[in-house]
Design a protein around this ligand. Structure first.
Ligand code: HPA
Length: 299
């Protein structure tokens, strides 16, 4: 049902199917690349996109209907190219709720990728470690998530459902693909990275303020291993349209859980750690993508 404002206003506050389609068609018309994998590069992790071969690049501001990224560490470019033999499209910079974008806007690219023929979404992000065993620089395979904003009604699927994308009540108990997680474990063992790898639950907050100590302790009690300000909405939109999802989270700082601690979370630390550990994450992802089974067309 539409809101109290009636169908036309409520619909005008969201993208129409035709807008998603127009953007997908525009991109398909402006490049001969046909990716089967989309990769969202998190804070400080955009370097992966630079490693793609035979690149075709679009600035978000040049793509019809695309939102604009405002965060430092997020370049705001779509990069098409091949990664270890698989045709990919990378988002160098994502959209966050805390920038002032409504969540249905932050997930716009996901449906565009779906309409372009992408079948797998890889999400990466920077996070704070809540699990006491996690070290700065660890890479967490995302096994599951807690979409805390969803508890307050902030979910990209709120509003009229468009059956052309997916069903009204999509399942989320299998959001992060088991086979791809198993592949990632195999690859990290083969590369000798297993000591830096973890598996756990990612919790998203709306941000932009970092957590208080009481909030951090609560998140840990709820079963979260790492906390950040992104990803879950993209994953919800992706699972709605049946994309296969794989996620990696780079632990850039340990969340302060102790009132005696002098440590303070800050964005600079997040970016610096991102830089140091980005190479490891990029190498891991490159190998995982190389071993993924998908219907990749090189062009
Ligand atoms: N909290 C929330 N988001 C984050 C953090 C954190 O500690 N680190 C990186 N992103």
């Amino acid at each position: 049902m539409d809101s109290q404002h009636g169908p036309s206003l409520s619909r005008s506050l969201r993208y129409s199917y035709e807008q998603y389609k127009a953007t997908a068609d525009w991109l398909l018309a402006h490049t001969n690349r046909r990716p089967s994998i989309a990769i969202i590069c998190g804070s400080g992790l955009g370097g992966l996109a630079d490693t793609l071969k035979d690149q075709v690049v679009f600035k978000y501001c040049d793509v019809p209907n695309f939102p604009q990224s405002t965060v430092s560490g997020h370049a705001g470019r779509l990069v098409f190219g091949s990664l270890n033999g698989k045709m990919c499209v990378c988002m160098q910079g994502r959209f966050h709720f805390y920038e002032g974008h409504p969540v249905w806007k932050t997930t716009f690219p996901i449906r565009v990728f779906h309409l372009m023929g992408v079948d797998t979404l890889i999400v990466t992000n920077a996070s704070g470690g809540l699990n006491e065993d996690f070290k700065v620089g660890d890479i967490m395979l995302i096994k599951d998530h807690i979409n805390l904003p969803g508890f307050a009604g902030i979910n990209p699927l709120v509003g009229p459902n468009d059956d052309r994308f997916g069903e009204r009540f999509p399942c989320m108990s299998d959001a992060y693909d088991k086979e791809l997680r198993k592949l990632a474990i195999d690859v990290s063992r083969d590369l000798g990275y297993w000591n830096n790898m973890r598996e756990g639950v990612y919790c998203a907050l709306a941000g932009p303020s970092y957590e208080t100590i009481a909030e951090s302790r609560m998140l840990r009690m709820l079963g979260a291993d790492a906390v950040g300000m992104s990803t879950t909405h993209e994953v919800i939109a992706a699972r709605h349209c049946k994309l296969r999802v794989f996620g990696l989270s780079l632990v850039t700082n340990k969340v302060v859980m102790d009132y005696e601690s002098e440590e303070r979370a800050n964005h600079e630390e997040v970016l610096q750690t991102g830089k140091r550990s980005a190479e490891l994450l990029e190498k891991l992802l490159t190998h995982i993508v190389g071993r993924m089974d998908c219907n990749s067309n090189m062009f």
